[in-house]
Design a protein around this ligand. Structure first.
Ligand code: IMP
Ligand code: MG
Length: 177
């Protein structure tokens, strides 16, 4: 396997992350308690690092890890099968939560997380996703702050991996044969 082509340059990504942060700063400008940013490991760690450094509103950074079996070919696909491997450390009760995701493919992971956080008596739950694949597999999941729409191909870089490789590329590229 090798990299086929660049889909988003580092400059594209940085400019857009700054725009999303500006929008988040405006939307939460009157927030009472710090916004709880919850990054979904591992893929979101670089997006989180850049996004939170552009935030001027009070916020805390937290992470969780999930495993997802949404790519299995069997009939359970429709419901997805997401499991929390490592939970957050911050208490979310009565807090405003922003889930930070790298990529939306089927949408199962995010759909599960939104429902899970709403059940924690949070004050509000919103989502930001850096890239969404254009596919008809995708669940209708609400994304409040979306970075980019990309074609339905396997992408790596800026936190995203192929078998744990390429995560630290500063740009996003399509994997080739
Ligand atoms: P979903 O639950 O199908 O939306 O899948 C979400 C998870 O699958 C993401 O959080 C990623 O970890 C992983 N994923 C999906 N597509 C890609 C890709 O193109 N590159 C790297 N990881 C991906
Ligand atoms: Mg992810």
């Amino acid at each position: 396997m090798r990299l086929k082509r660049t889909i988003l340059t580092s400059d594209d990504i940085q400019a857009r992350v700054k725009e999303l942060a500006d929008q988040i700063n405006r939307d939460y400008k009157d927030i009472e308690n710090p916004l709880v940013l919850v990054g979904v490991l591992k893929g979101s760690f670089i997006y989180m690092a850049d996004l939170c450094r552009y935030l001027t509103i009070p916020h805390v950074v937290d992470f969780m890890a999930v495993s997802s079996y949404s790519h299995s070919s069997n009939a359970t696909k429709a419901s997805g099968n997401v499991r929390i491997i490592m939970d957050c450390r911050e208490n979310q009760q009565d807090r405003d939560v922003l889930i930070v995701e790298d990529i939306l493919d089927s949408g199962h992971t995010l759909d599960y997380l939104i429902k899970n956080f709403k059940a924690r008596y949070t004050k509000s739950v919103k989502t930001t996703v850096l890239v969404r694949k254009k596919t008809d597999r995708t669940y209708p999941v609400n994304i409040d702050y979306l970075g980019f729409e990309i074609p339905d191909v396997w992408v790596v870089g800026y936190g995203l991996d192929y078998a744990e490789k390429y995560r630290t590329l500063p740009y996003i590229a399509e994997m080739g044969e």
